[in-house]
Write a protein that binds this ligand. Structure first.
Ligand code: PLP
Length: 439
């Protein structure tokens, strides 16, 4: 009997005993292709020798030094690497231990920024429906996933939500992508006006929506229009790249495909590649300056921020991501994955949309392709797909439609960037078989 309170109780999880490359092996000797990188975490696969060596070397130097007493070379190096890779304008890094922590820190930075510059009346956060920004109270309040929020709603701080950019379901017939982006910008502006033009502190969005919608990217111009609206009202833009960042969509930061620079960016998951728990917030000079010239501190912190071994792992991961062969494989294998999914599932009457960027792909399931009607949530189609794919030796990341009934069940794929063509084909084959068996 397990003494762990697992996410789902009583389902009898296999015990993972080894990981190598894109495979995880369980105690019974079954092996699984890690087609989702866990939850878009294991970007370099498992047991990567160079990352393990970097961690070991750091353990031999120093494993922990509290950040109120010391900085470390390895944390400083990681921050420099990230700033060098980030679009110009993101000049400083705050290291944390995971995605929710990164989002909490970014929200508090936004709030403290406005206190520092003498606009303490700015307190509202606007985010989007069908989004996920983490499970801690502030991050959960920010996210717009109705199912995840439902039972906690009475204890969540107030957050306001507008529509996500979800062309498959929301762009109207005859509407151009530009007109759709404009409609969403108008909606955002109306929400700002409703709340008070000088009362909003931040707009939060995932550049490519991961867990809630399944690899849904924006239409062209959407983020440019969002940036303009935020600028018009002096609102900070926070982009959450916890899932879609660190090379997942084909560029190190997903926002690099949108031609804008936010004031704050959150990253995690792929940053540590699963070798260590680590996340970060990248922040603009404007925010750093307000703190430095104001109170002289960021009034926030956790015990393990800037952990040297986590920083060592992340620093090596980032170094490997910078190698041209890493990102070119993401592009090539991403295209192969999309083409394979189109060929294997495009004709299925139950597959409404196959989408994504790089090695971040989503398959949305529908009862009827014409009406795009989602499956009844009581069928728990996503759970059945997960079971069927695990039986076939494939880890994928299926999620149910949200209870606001807008999106359907979907499957997210996010394999490691080291994946090879024949392994992509195996993922497609196993996923198609699992979906066909489950529907
Ligand atoms: N933000 C996004 C976009 C995520 O996808 C997630 C996790 O899936 C989080 C934040 C929370 O990250 P963590 O689970 O590391 O706390």
């Amino acid at each position: 009997m397990s003494r762990i309170l697992h996410r789902t109780i009583g389902i009898g999880l296999p015990t993972a005993v080894a990981g190598e490359g894109i495979y995880i092996t369980d105690r019974e000797g079954r092996s699984y292709i890690d087609g989702s990188g866990g939850a878009a975490v294991s970007c370099l696969g498992h047991n990567h020798r160079e990352v393990l060596e970097a961690m070991k070397a750091q353990m031999g130097r120093i494993s922990y030094a509290h950040t109120s007493f010391f900085t470390t070379d390895v944390a400083e190096r990681l921050a420099e690497q990230l700033v060098e890779l980030a679009p110009k304008g993101l000049d400083y890094v705050y290291l944390v231990s995971g995605g929710s922590e990164a989002v909490e820190a970014a929200l508090k930075m936004a709030r403290q920024y406005f206190v520092e510059i003498g606009q303490p009346q700015r307190r509202h956060i606007i985010a989007r429906r069908q989004s996920y920004h983490g499970n801690t109270i502030g991050a959960l309040a920010t996210g717009g996933n109705a199912w995840r929020r439902a039972q906690f709603k009475p204890i969540l701080p107030e957050t306001h939500h507008v529509s996500p950019c979800y062309a498959y379901r929301d762009m109207q017939v005859g509407e151009t992508p530009e007109a759709y982006a404009e409609r969403l910008a108008v909606e955002l502006e109306a929400k700002i006006v409703e709340l008070g033009v000088d009362k909003v502190m931040a707009f939060v969005a995932e550049p490519v929506v991961g867990a809630t919608l399944g690899a849904v990217g924006p239409v062209a111009d959407y983020f440019k229009r969002v940036r303009q609206v935020c600028d018009k009202y002096g609102i900070l833009l926070i982009l959450d790249e916890v899932m879609c960042g660190m090379g997942r969509t084909g560029t190190i930061f997903a926002l690099q495909q949108e031609g804008i620079v936010p004031e704050l960016v959150t990253i995690a998951k792929g940053l540590g590649g699963g070798f260590q728990p680590i996340g970060a917030v990248l922040l603009s000079e404007k925010i750093y300056r307000a703190f430095a010239d104001g109170s002289g501190l960021f009034q926030h912190g956790h015990t393990y921020i800037g952990h040297p071994i986590a920083a060592a792992a992340a620093s090596k991961v980032v170094e490997i991501l910078q190698r041209p062969e890493t990102m070119s494989n993401v592009a090539k294998m991403g295209e192969r994955l999309q083409a394979g999914l189109d060929a294997a599932l495009g004709q299925s009457p139950y597959v409404g949309d196959i989408r994504g960027r790089g090695l971040f792909r989503g398959v949305e399931l529908v009862v009827d392709k014409e009406t795009k009607q989602p499956f009844d949530p009581s069928r728990k189609l996503h759970s059945r797909i997960k079971r069927e794919s695990m039986q076939r030796g494939l880890m994928c990341y299926p999620m149910g439609g949200t209870i606001d009934g807008i999106n359907g069940d979907h499957v997210l794929l996010a394999p490691p960037y080291i994946i090879q063509p024949e392994q992509i084909d195996l993922i497609v084959e196993r996923l198609a078989a699992a979906i066909n068996a489950a529907v």
